[in-house]
Design a protein around this ligand. Sequence first.
Ligand code: PEP
Ligand code: MG
Length: 578
Amino acid sequence: MVSFALHGIGVSGGIAVGRAQLVSHATREVAHYTIRKDQVGPEIARFESAIRDVQRELEGLHSVLTSGDVPGEFGAFLDVHWMILNDPTLSEAPKRLIAEQQCNAEWALARQMGVLVEQFEQIEDPYLRERKADVVQVGERVLKRLMGRPGVLPPASAEEQTIVVAHDLSPADVIQFKHHHFAAFLTDLGGASSHTAIVARSLNVPAVVATHNARQLIRDGEMLIVDGTHHVVIVNPDRAVLAEYRLRQNEIELARQKLKRLRSKRAETLDGEHVELQANIELPDDIEQALANGAAGIGLFRSEFLFLNRQGLPSEDEQFEAYRKVAEGMQGKPVTIRTFDLGADKQPEEFDGLARVAPNPALGLRAVRFCLAEPRLFLTQLRAILRATHYGNVRILIPMLATTSEIDQTLALIARAKESLREQGVVFADDVKVGGMIEIPAAVLAIGAFLRKLDFLSIGTNDLIQYTLAVDRADEAVSHLYDPLHPAVLRLIGLAIGSATKAGVPIAVCGEMAGESHLTRLLLGLGLREFSMHPSQLLGVKQRVLKTNVEALAPLVERIRRADDPERLSALLEKLNA
Ligand code: PEP
Ligand code: MG
């Protein structure tokens, strides 16, 4: 077997050794795998649910297209799709295949589509023959639904570690891996700070993205080494290389064990500055890992993940239960719930196919903009969070604010949510703190209103970098330009921290920079005292804090603030970390 290496961007560090498991995501690559007998029922249910999703999607499109002045033939065209979708040859036959062949739903559907296309090609009437294109379009709609939810992922065997290899994965796909025990994953596409990368980090397994053609070059079952720290994947390693990596794996594990001793140690610098180290979570169950790593609170609960991988949107009660679980679980420690940041790369399936395709989603109706455009959804969430304030130390954080009017509108909606709860006699903490994320350069440059109107701030460096440098955080083609140490980025961070500190408004960093231990001293030097990061990064950052004398750093940090040559800046940073 030929041994070779692939390079990409390591978005989650560490080493994993295991067998490749190819996962399909694009319609072109339909995976074929066998499922166990007891998985047949759930697999058929998954297929039926995809069919229902597409029925709803077509109904939605139908009502959009038939209201207004869209030509009537569009409605008729959708009627044809509706008929094809509901014809048993498409909606029933694949179920028989799943049961008889014990295969996954995607493959069963793709096979049946092949059969239908062949039948259409035999038809003499050219008009009817052309309808095969409609069959393919409808089938692909269903396939897309199925692939958005990998569903029955092949089980990872206990003794052999499994490594997922995919062309691309959405944040929604990756969050599902929390329930499957994969040793690592790699993708052809992806940027360093994409939400996919962020979720990978939270899984605490090595991950390499932007490998370009891993999905094509790697075969199912091949032995892989994924070294997330060094951005490399080795396919079919020989014995010597394997032994070397096993050794390194042990060393990493030993270092991890050693760090555990710092869990309950107070985070304080050598010159006595207390530093608040909190955790970022995506789902309520993540608090276990946060507590195990000694988190002083939850600095960022990305609540939008409650909206992904599901049918319909979560009700107020369902959201409330999730928020209460976190509030109670953290036992009085602060819990910062960010209101949902949907849009761009995090699109709930409910909106998929119905939503207008934004020409530039990262600059479009995302986060608070989306919430303000859909006040009913926003109010539901606000009521759920407010109800949870009774069960712990809950704070509300608003993403992507840019203007005073957005702050005012949000505060007005919070007041309205409070009023409705009061009228119903529901208890909540009236003095709940409301904070804003600083993610857009405009928010830093016009920070006055933020300081006057909000109780606390949190810098989302992932987006702040994206919007300052005009670099899409999810696009590997420009990932070399995504630079947390760009002088403009450092100046904006320094300016935000300085202004907030002067005004006595607490400010944190909850973007990926907060968890990078080589940036801890720099951020401390810029005046930061609150950090929020993946639970797995907490102890490494704490170790750095414990070994730092902030006052002594000041002159060097000042030189870094003024440096505008990248090479000089990295040299100064190295000195700072020495
Ligand atoms: C950020 O932008 O830095 C942030 C923390 O939010 P998210 O990564 O979820 O956009
Ligand atoms: Mg953000």
